[in-house]
Write a protein that binds this ligand. Structure first.
Ligand SMILES: [Zn+2]
Ligand SMILES: [Zn+2]
Length: 132
């Protein structure tokens, strides 16, 4: 569980803040409703991205600790996210509405697609066949 800080909120609250952040919504302090400073803390062995929250009033609140599932979405959901990415330059995880990271590369030898969710750690990567 989380360390006790001076202004203590629960790990569950921190994880809620993390999901809010990854949806692209404004993140407010659960204690005073001030807008929080958010620092993403990506590191290589993880797919999901923990976030550190700092309140202008309460100081450091702590870090979210998102799950890092590393499983893939069903193909149908991947196709929909990829289509959204192409249409709008943005796609969201169907499980938690977080904005997913999309990397798409295509050349003569084929196409590669990687979709990764910073909120749940689901990831799909590898060759990609665009349906004709
Ligand atoms: Zn606060
Ligand atoms: Zn997700």
């Amino acid at each position: 569980m989380s360390d006790e800080g001076p202004a203590s909120i629960t790990q569950e609250q921190l994880d809620d803040l993390g999901r809010t952040f990854h949806r692209g919504d404004v993140v407010a302090c659960p204690l005073c409703h001030a807008k929080l400073e958010c620092h993403e803390d990506p590191y290589i062995p993880r797919i999901s991205v923990p976030v550190r929250f700092i309140c202008p009033v309460h100081g450091l609140l702590g870090d979210s600790n998102p799950p890092d599932l590393r499983s893939a979405w069903p193909d149908e959901q991947v196709r929909r996210m990829f289509a959204d990415h192409l249409a709008r330059g943005e796609a969201r995880c169907p499980e938690d509405q977080a904005t997913v990271g999309v990397i798409y590369m295509s050349n003569e030898s084929g196409a590669y697609l990687r979709v990764a969710c910073p909120s749940c750690g689901r990831v799909r990567e590898g060759p990609w066949e665009t349906p004709a």
